[in-house]
Design a binder for this molecule. Sequence first.
Ligand code: KIV
Ligand code: ZN
Length: 385
Amino acid sequence: MSDRLFIFDTTLRDGEQVPGCQLNTVEKIEVAKALEELGVDVIEAGFPISSPGDFNSVVEISKAVTWPTICALTRAVENDIRVAADALQYAKHKRIHTGIGTSDYHIKYKFNSNREDILERAIACVKYAKRFVEDVQFYAEDAGRTDNEYLARVVEAVIKAGATVVNIPDTTGYCLPSQFGEKIQYLMEHVKGIHNVTIATHCHNDLGMATANTMSGVMHGARQAEVTINGIGERAGNTSLEEVAMICRSHKELGIDTNLNTTKLYGISRMVSSLMNMPVQPNKAIVGRNAFAHSSGIHQDGVLKNRESYEIIDPKDVGVDENSIVLTARSGRAALKHRLHVLGIELDKEALDKAYEGFLQLADKKKEINDDDVLLLAGEHRKAS
Ligand code: KIV
Ligand code: ZN
């Protein structure tokens, strides 16, 4: 029996906060509908108090999307919570996501306060949100750098106040995977009532460990992963949805299932990239242009004999048609022969050898050999043989 991991997508909130990534309401609805088709469980649609545009987007997404829960972010401030509740009025399934910073950095520098006061404010915001909705998620901002004992007190108190989901963000992307996993485990072992709620991870990628930290959290008991498409988000970004999805799918021994239709991953990645004008790095895991491209001769030969020699994911599982054998100066005869075959051309051994010689000369001058080049080479050597 597998355990279900709930996927909470914050592309339209944490992702959209990135400078230059702002979307209008129509574009946000387009993304929200694609997220619904992908099968995400929760869409964080915005931070309604932050602007009339964000408020309106939460309203319109709530009307346009019916299957996932629609979530709105607030600070631990009553007016934020009232406005969020108002923005969510049309949502079939609604959640308020409220919270406060719990690390000493936040308590001292951001709030000029103390631990006891922050604990009271955490309890109060959850109780206040409960007046408007049943489903209240609490976030302990900067939980990654929060002392575990104090964090456990906060988590226990907000559960008692009625939180249904408790989010443990590594806001600054500081934790090592082992530390983050231990933090979740500590909470699972020390907080009364924790098994009646869902614990969420929300990891940032400042040290390139967001996905590793998320998976470590999941392996220690978290059952909601907060993610974004292409890993976009504040600074170095958030955990990327596609990576978590494919780790769960590839490592069945974890016993973790999501509701995602992974064949939609590539399409939604491209949609978000083009709407937000945010290119996907070519070597990005799962959805990068080169994620299934093989360019060295040894790899190409191996893949042509059996794809699994160098591929752990079938490209079709993420919505990419086929792996690509990129023809460059490092490609071997097998790759050229394969490309010719795909183009409907079979050469005898002598003609292939000659075409390959011509190919290498051309490849030394050009970065990539395209199909027109291959057809030209084949034509010359078919005639010559
Ligand atoms: O990174 C963070 O801590 C957040 C919270 C608001 C959930 O985005
Ligand atoms: Zn965040």
